[in-house]
Design a protein around this ligand. Structure first.
Ligand code: CMC
Length: 430
């Protein structure tokens, strides 16, 4: 078997042999295919990157047909059962599970970077009381770049390591402060005696008690949810992180761009939309009517479908189990029954079967977050915190990849050919 592709250009009758490597041809190899010497050469046209690999990566593996997700080779199910979020973040960033000493050092360094500059509170204070938490998070992460000028040294490994500690350490603090601002509550400072998620719960929900004690079941449930959300290879926000980072901007600005991409309702904002959808449906008996409307083209079944998974999202399976544990503590979220009914009917329906639409990670996560006391508009923020480790791992991989350059796609121009400027008095009404 020869690892190549022979193509014949029917415009010229010429044949070309293109190398196949790792199941892909190089789009650049198409450029030799020309009809004339001054021809630009053939391009591939692929809106939304439906079939284009933009990088090689060794971080996350997904088999969408089989419903498989692995970080650095480790199945997501095993990590969700046995690991912690910070250990998983280390794995994503550095490629291997840490030794005991490495983990202690990593946890220590992330933990001592949880505090934020007092001035950042003033930025947050400046937002309107009903500003969307994700908008505030995107802006305050971007603002961090103005504090850490050393972050511009992106090819200095030590600097990258420092910014990674800072970003992973500070994201929960920013998120919690943003939440408390919307509630008009005084900011609660990090408690470095607590775990990553325990401290996050402390900064969110601490009232007047001297020491906040997180519920261990909720603390672990949030940790598992963070593991599940830590990376997902080349999705919209990761692509934004790599693309913006490829201009060699500092990582705070690139993370702000990635978080902005995550904010959209088709990506990390979907968990928020699922809750709004379930609330709007209201009761189980109204599910068939809702499904009928979706099939008729009136909106989407939020939390269903995925660009890569054409099978059950493995994260959604784990989340369903976490939900049971959380409800033991918080009481059952009544929206769960509507979600289960939606899933049952959708999975039996031809429309969804034919299109291979299954529940994704966002379908059940919001129900858990709501039961834990998070307001709906904080949900995308809960996605951005753990995804920061994935973004940073992908950013570093991109920077150190000698094949990568500034991301700059081509276009197929279909606009007007050259024409002469027309003075305003001569222009005709359209
Ligand atoms: N409800 C109803 N129909 C759907 C849905 C849905 N949720 N998702 C896709 N379809 C239909 C779509 O209309 C299209 O039908 P047709 O072939 O008749 O035109 C077909 O299924 C293929 O969909 P697509 O839009 O071409 O698929 P895509 O790969 O471009 O989009 C998606 C993937 C996730 C954006 C999309 O499924 C969607 O909008 N889902 C709802 C939003 C959501 O839950 N997003 C979270 C994604 S998982 C977390 C994350 O990584 O962010």
């Amino acid at each position: 078997m020869k690892n190549s592709l022979t193509v014949t250009d029917n415009r010229t009758g010429k044949s070309y042999e293109l190398a196949i490597q790792n199941g892909a041809i190089r789009a650049g190899d198409l450029r030799q295919i020309k009809v004339a010497e001054d021809d630009f050469g053939l391009m591939s046209y692929d809106p939304a990157f439906m079939n284009t690999a933009s990088c090689t990566s060794r971080i996350t593996f997904i088999d969408g047909d089989k419903g498989i997700l692995r970080y650095r080779g480790y199945p997501i199910e095993e990590l969700a059962e046995k690991s912690t979020y910070l250990e998983t973040a280390y794995l994503l960033l550095y490629g291997e599970l840490p030794t005991k000493a490495e983990l202690e050092d990593w946890v220590y360094n992330v933990t001592i970077h949880t505090i934020i500059h007092e001035n950042i509170k003033k930025f947050i204070d400046g937002f309107h009381y009903d500003a969307h938490p994700m908008g505030m998070l995107v802006s305050t992460v971007a603002a961090l770049s103005t504090y850490y000028r050393d972050a511009k040294s992106i090819f200095d490994g030590e600097s990258r390591r420092r910014q990674t500690y800072r970003l992973i350490g500070k994201m929960p603090t920013l998120a919690a402060f943003v939440y408390r601002h919307t509630r008009g509550m005084p900011y609660a400072y990090p408690d470095n005696d607590l775990s990553y998620t325990g401290n996050f719960l402390n900064m969110l929900f601490k009232m007047t008690e001297v020491k906040y004690q997180p519920d261990p079941i909720l603390e672990r449930a949030l940790d598992v949810l963070f593991i599940l959300h830590a990376d997902h290879e080349q999705n919209c926000s990761t692509n934004a992180m790599r693309s913006v980072g490829s201009s060699h901007v500092d990582p705070y600005s690139a993370v702000a761009a990635a978080a902005a991409a995550l904010y959209g309702p088709l990506h990390g904002g979907a968990n928020e939309e699922v809750l709004r959808m379930l609330t709007e449906i209201g009761t189980k008996d109204r599910v068939p009517e809702f499904i009928k409307r979706v099939k008729g083209g009136e909106g989407l079944l939020m939390g269903f479908g995925h660009r890569v998974y054409k099978n059950y999202d493995p994260r959604a399976k784990i989340i369903k189990r976490v939900a049971d544990q959380v409800f033991e503590v918080t009481g059952r979220n009544p929206l769960l029954d509507i979600a289960l009914e939606l899933e049952r009917i959708a999975l039996e329906d031809d429309y969804f079967i034919k299109r291979k639409l299954y529940p994704n990670v966002d379908f059940y996560s919001g129900i858990i977050y709501q039961a834990m006391g998070f307001p709906v508009d904080v949900f995308p923020v809960l996605f951005a915190i753990p995804r920061t480790s994935g973004w940073m791992a992908q950013w570093e991989e991109m920077l150190l990849d000698s094949e990568q350059k500034i991301a700059r796609p081509r276009q197929v121009y279909l606009g007007s050919p050259q024409r002469s400027y027309v003075g305003i008095d001569q222009r005709k009404a359209r």
